[in-house]
Design a protein around this ligand. Structure first.
Ligand SMILES: Cc1cc2nc3c(=O)[nH]c(=O)nc-3n(C[C@H](O)[C@H](O)[C@H](O)COP(=O)(O)OP(=O)(O)OC[C@H]3O[C@@H](n4cnc5c(N)ncnc54)[C@H](O)[C@@H]3O)c2cc1C
Length: 382
């Protein structure tokens, strides 16, 4: 067993650490307070090559391995969770299925723009009445002579208002349940597509979240992604990578919380000495360190198995579950060691604490991950 990074992975680690520390981290409070899509950071990420990491060379990407990609995601999330979410929804949740399932023509039309940061993508699965139970979706796509007509609405869509293209899941055969769902590309400005104002939310305020509405929204045949009826299968594949990304979300925030706690407890004094000298503070830092290391280990194990095509659902889920819950615990502990300053918006830990809370909810709640882990574990012993 060898836990060291390869040479390429180490280079990625060094390069992204330096880039994120210099270009992204110093603006993270500003991004949280400004709200909306983080355009300036998106451009910086494009220029540094981040948006092309998971895309092929022919579209301008670098197509790096899963572990390398996660190293970059870990650093980006540590530096600014909102930027991580906005970029991830565009290059990953949207760009991933376009890369894997869309036609050559649509890939050629969309992916170079995503890699260069000239286009923004969004992925729309969740609806106002259902998220975990995705098959209960009500949005429909009806075939016509000219293409498809979409009707319905979507909820909590990251980048939804700014996106140039949206990947929309819709029922093409409501009776067929899982096999009746298909994926469609919908371009900004298509008549019948509209977005709500940005939704006001607890955290991740530097990313944009909206509801989307489709009213007799007519699109051409070419915007169907892959085969009709395979939308659910495509979404499950997308969510495998998404869960690794959410594990990086957890690891990055947990690490940021530990970094902030260490910095603060070394310089804050009480009773004549830095508070890091008090054992109860010390122990909190130790607990955080173990959570960060545990989360990172599960994430890289899943990524390593993924690269070999043998990561099971439970292993993706374990990484996502542990890392996102670790981030909630670490940010809570880090707020505590900051005392009253931890409650103040000018301290980074205040927004990290709010941001972390998305982890156990987004892209499959903790309960859904536990269900998947329990199902696979039960199967092993039955
Ligand atoms: C900031 C933000 C950004 C988002 N971005 C996107 C996006 O870009 N695209 C997109 O499609 N969605 C997005 N989402 C939606 C997100 O993925 C869903 O909120 C999430 O999947 C949960 O779905 P839900 O909100 O409908 O909750 P529900 O499914 O209604 O769940 C409510 C509660 O019931 C529990 N529950 C449900 N079913 C079960 C079960 N079988 N067993 C045990 N417990 C269960 C859940 O775990 C949860 O605790 C985003 C959400 C947020 C908050």
């Amino acid at each position: 067993m060898d836990f060291r990074f390869s040479e390429a992975e180490q280079q990625m680690d060094d390069a992204f650490r330096a880039f994120c520390d210099a270009e992204i981290l110093p603006h993270s409070i500003e991004v949280d307070q400004a709200g909306g899509f983080p355009h300036a950071n998106y451009k910086k990420l494009a220029d540094f090559g981040y948006l092309g990491l998971a895309h092929e060379e022919r579209w301008g990407g670098t197509n790096v391995g899963t572990v390398e990609g996660l190293i970059a995601q870990d650093h980006l999330c540590r530096a600014c969770p909102s930027t991580f979410l906005s970029a991830g929804a565009s290059m990953g949740l949207f760009g991933g299925p376009v890369r894997s399932f869309a036609s050559e023509e649509m890939q050629g039309e969309i992916l170079p723009g995503i890699v260069k940061g000239e286009l923004i993508g969004a992925w729309a699965l969740t609806e106002p009445h259902c998220g975990s139970d995705a098959v209960a979706m009500k949005t429909t796509a009806q075939r016509t002579d000219r293409g498809w007509v979409l009707n319905g609405s979507k909820m909590f869509i990251t980048n939804g208002g700014s996106a140039d293209w949206i990947l929309v899941m819709a029922k093409t055969n409501p009776e067929a349940k899982h096999a009746g769902v298909s994926n469609f590309l919908v371009k900004k400005g298509t008549p019948g597509l509209s977005a709500s104002k940005p939704l006001s939310k607890m955290g991740m305020r530097g990313s944009e979240t909206v509801a989307l509405y489709f009213e007799d929204c007519e699109i051409p045949h070419e915007w169907l992604v892959g085969e009709e009826g395979y939308g659910f299968v495509q979404a499950m594949k997308t969510l495998e990578n998404g869960r690794l990304g959410m594990a990086a979300f957890g690891v990055g925030i947990a690490q940021a919380a530990l970094d902030e706690a260490l910095k603060y407890t070394k310089q804050r004094e009480a009773f004549g000495k830095p508070i890091i000298k008090f054992q109860p503070v010390h122990f909190k830092l130790a607990d955080m360190k173990v959570l960060v290391d545990g989360a990172r280990t599960l994430m890289y194990r899943a990524a390593w198995l993924h690269e070999q095509g043998r990561c099971s659902q439970a292993q993706y889920s374990a990484a996502k579950l542990f890392a996102t819950e670790a981030a909630v615990k670490c940010t809570d502990l880090a707020v505590q060691v900051h005392g009253g300053y931890g409650y103040m918006s000018e301290y980074r830990i205040e927004h990290l604490y709010r941001d972390a809370r998305l982890g156990p909810i987004g892209e499959g709640t903790s309960e859904i991950q536990r269900r998947l882990i329990a199902q696979e574990t039960q199967a092993l012993f039955s």
